[in-house]
Ligand binder design. Sequence first.
Ligand SMILES: Cc1ncc(COP(=O)(O)O)c(C=O)c1O
Length: 395
Amino acid sequence: MTTSPDERKPISIKAQYFTESVIREMSRLAAKHKAVNLAQGMPDFPCPAEIKQAACEAINNDVNQYAITWGDKPFRDGIAAKTATYTGITIDPETEITVTCGATEGMIATMLALINPGDEVIVFEPFYENYGPDAILAGATPRYVTLHPPDWHFVEKELEAAFNNKTRALILNTPHNPTGKVFTKEEIEIIGRLCSKWGVKIFTDEPYEHIVFDGAKHIAPASLPGMREMVVTINSLSKTYSITGWRLGTVIAIPELTAAIRKVHDFLTVGAAAPLQEAGVRALRLPRSYYDHLQADYTRRRNRLLPVLKAAGFRCFDPDGAYYVMTDISAFGYMDDVEFSKFLVKDIGVAVVPGSSFYHEPELGRSQVRFTFCKRDETLSAAEERLQKLKSIAR
Ligand SMILES: Cc1ncc(COP(=O)(O)O)c(C=O)c1O
C-alpha cells in the first residue's frame, strides 16, 4: 500500500492507496518464467464432469440473458437447501440471499452497502489481500488484530482493544486464507459476544467451508445461537466445485441487510452469469459423498506437499483447513520475502505468494511465503523436483 496519495494525479486517491493484487501478479510471473504455479488458489484439475455438462446444456438451451439481479430462483433455492443441510441455518431465498460474481463481489457489495466512510472495520492479520482494498473503497479504516503463529490464535484482550464507537464490522474468514486456521466454536463465541456488545456486524467469508483436515470442524458463525441476525455470510462455489473462473458467489443476511446488498450488487454487476447459475444448481445437488471426497483429496494433497516443503528447508505452519500453507523462510538467508519469491519463480521455477501481501505492514510478513496445494499430483511432483535445489542453500 502506498502512503502518500496525491490529489493532482489522474487517478483517484482511493486507487492510489492500494497496489495491484500480488497474488495475481505472481500468477503472471509464473506464466512468464514457466514456473510451477503454487501461488494463486486455483485448481489445475477439472471440475466435476456433470457440472460442465450442465453449463453447456444451459447455454445451448438459450439461458443466455440476464438472470434476476439477486439471483436465479432455482439457484437461490439450491443455496438455501444446501445451507440448511450443511450448517443448519434456515434462510428465506426470497429475501435473504444475493447471488454475486464470486465471494469477491459479495464482500465489496456488502461493505459498500453496510459501511459508511469513516467507519472502522476489524480485520484479523494476516488476511486475504482483498479486505484492505475493499475497506478503502468503502471509505472505512481497517483495524488489525494479530493472529499469532504457530497456531494463529488471537488474544481476547487484543481483540477487545480494537473495538470503539466507530467500529462497524468485523471480517472473519474461516477456514482462513492464508494460514489454514479454522476458528473454533469458542473463538467465534468470543467474537460474537464482543460484536454484540458493540453493535458490530460480522462479515464472514467461508469459501473453504468443506476443506478441513484431521477432524477440524467448520463452524458457520451464523449457525451459533443468537448470531444469525448480526452475521452476513459470504460464500462461493469457486473452491468447493473447482470452478474459480465461473465467478459464482452468495451473500446471506437478514432481509433488511440483504435489501441494501442487493441494491449495491445490482449497480456493480447486474448479476452473475445466468447459464452458470443454472449449472450451479446441479453442483448444489451433489451428494454428501462429493464433499467427503473433496476433503479426502485435499487431505492427501496437503500431506503430499508438507513433507516436500519441510525437506526443502521451509518451516511450515500446518493448516487445519483451506488449501494453503504459510511457511517461514528464515533458513534460506533472505531478508525479504519478495526478493525470495522472485528468486523462487525465476531460478527455482516455483511461484509462491510473498508473505508481506497478507499484512498491512510489509515488515510483518518479510519472513513468510504462502504455497497452495490445490494442484494435481504431477504439479506437486514437479514442484518437489524443483524445490530440492533449495536444500543446498538452507541453513
Ligand atoms: C478467503 C477468500 N475469500 C474470497 C476469495 C475469492 O473467492 P471468489 O472466487 O468466490 O471470488 C478467495 C479466493 O482465493 C479467498 O481465499
